[in-house]
Design a protein around this ligand. Structure first.
Ligand code: ZN
Ligand code: ZN
Length: 457
């Protein structure tokens, strides 16, 4: 069987929480599970991370509300009335037929000293049981990690060796605990930013050898990560990293996995064995850190006025990577880092070279509808109505991207035409993402994103 898995999400607690608001946030979280019940089916994603599972109040809530269906896979009990209220409030006429499965998942932020500065790397973790999550929390307490108010706590380390020891201890909780470096090319990922971690073991110490799976993140895809030789024998997966259950967030990237048996351990075994039939990816130019640059309206720490921005491809980088507007170092983009990594690891690969991995590039259908209808607000009732009618018709959005011969005949020709163009690769994000801003979708045009120099100063 094949499942579409999105193994990196966040709860309402990810942004931190003050005391006294926990109860309110848990109610909000219940609402998210109701929304997820609907959205996951519309998207065609059947397996989701819980997000933030180690955060104690949320952990208790999950233990109370999740029901284990298969070993290590859970459903969230959604009340029928709540579900129909949600559907009618949103104006969705959509029949919810299945319960998505949840897997116990969190993201921790490891930091370590690199020279006089500190490097951060986000790391996704998957757990087979509540007991194993409680064991993680005991370790975090032993290390003095402050986690009372942090749903994404910082594990502060002093060296790669210490990161390695701690990651090893977490992996030793259970042979099926999985540790996955998250969105590896972004500034918050292990390879990203300007601190030049060129090999996984420079950050993860000797636990690097045990790291088998790496998350591409929205800013990178197999065409980019194929440039990094030390990933050649590792498995790439893709997740949405959604901080909300909204249609254009949840399941916006996912991994299609072939399983022998539907349970947690089989899922981990399948991922480790590389039984990934496809990852579904954003086009990297849409991601928020594709090119090197500085966005406009930049506040702290360096000031840019409205309309003042710049971005560059690798070959047009200004000298010393200094911004012509604020004279400070530019935010290094993902493509740039990939070229640096390929060189640092002794290879000479260009974008798209390296091992071939099966993946599809997709654009959230709701964004395509927004583009075709000229509507910028993606939660507009009009767009949502059209979206619902399309997915009710074809079953789920993922089918559009995963199936080559899907009949789009029932869909309005303007929309199906745009889908066909996207599937052919006839689209771009212009401008592309840079310095924390998403790229802007244009269907029916392409350009060479390896040959850009744009300065509005
Ligand atoms: Zn993250
Ligand atoms: Zn600047």
């Amino acid at each position: 069987m094949t499942v579409n898995a999105d193994l990196h999400t966040h709860s309402v607690f990810a942004g931190g929480t003050g005391s006294g608001t926990i109860q309110k946030k848990l109610t909000e979280m219940r609402g998210r599970f109701i929304e997820t019940q609907v959205i996951s089916q519309m998207k065609g994603v059947n397996l989701l991370g819980t997000g933030d599972v180690q955060f104690e109040p949320y952990l208790d809530f999950l233990e109370e509300n999740l029901v284990e269906q298969e070993e290590g896979l859970f459903t969230f009990e959604v009340n029928e009335n709540d579900l129909s209220n949600f559907l009618s409030k949103k104006g969705f006429s959509f029949e919810v037929q299945e319960d998505p499965r949840y897997i116990l998942q969190t993201e921790l932020i490891f930091t370590t000293a690199v020279g006089k500065r500190r490097k951060k790397a986000h790391v996704v973790m998957l757990f087979p049981s509540f007991e194993s999550v409680r064991s993680l929390n005991s370790l975090l307490d032993m290390w003095g990690v402050s986690r009372q108010k942090m749903a994404r706590p910082f594990v502060v380390c002093e060296s790669a060796e210490q990161v390695g020891d701690r990651v090893n201890s977490i992996m030793d909780i259970d042979p099926h605990v999985e540790v996955i470096p998250a969105h590896v090319m972004t500034p918050e990922g292990v390879y990203g930013g300007d601190l030049q971690i060129d090999f996984l073991d420079q950050f993860f110490g000797d636990s690097a050898d045990r790291i088998r799976i790496v998350e591409t993140g929205l800013s990178a895809d197999p065409a980019i990560l194929g440039m990094v030789p030390e990933l050649d024998d590792r498995i790439l997966i893709s997740n949405a990293d959604a901080h909300s259950s909204a249609l254009n967030r949840l399941g916006r990237e996912f991994t299609s996995v072939d399983l022998n048996k539907f349970d947690y351990r089989s899922l981990i075994d399948a991922l480790r064995a590389g039984n990934v039939s496809k990852t579904a990816e954003f086009h990297p130019t849409e991601g928020r850190y594709f090119l090197t640059g500085h966005r406009d309206n930049r506040k702290k720490p360096f000031l840019h006025g409205k309309g003042q921005f710049c971005y560059y491809s690798y070959r047009h980088l200004p000298e010393n990577r200094i911004c012509p507007v604020c004279k400070k170092p530019l935010t290094i983009g993902v493509l740039q880092r990939a070229y640096e990594l390929t060189e640092a690891q002794g290879a000479d690969r260009r974008f798209g070279e390296g091992p071939k991995r099966p993946y599809v590039t997709m654009i959230p259908l709701i964004e395509i509808l927004g583009f075709v209808r000229g509507i910028k607000t993606l939660n507009s009732k009009k767009l949502l109505r059209e979206y619902t009618s399309i997915v009710s018709n074809i079953g789920s959005e993922s089918r559009i991207w995963m199936e080559d011969n899907l009949d789009l005949g029932e869909i309005d020709p303007e929309v199906s035409g745009a889908i066909v163009e996207v599937k052919k690769g006839n689209f771009c994000f212009s401008p592309p993402g840079f310095d924390g801003t998403y790229g802007r979708l244009v269907i029916g045009e392409t350009y060479d994103f390896e040959d850009l120099k744009v300065e509005e100063i």
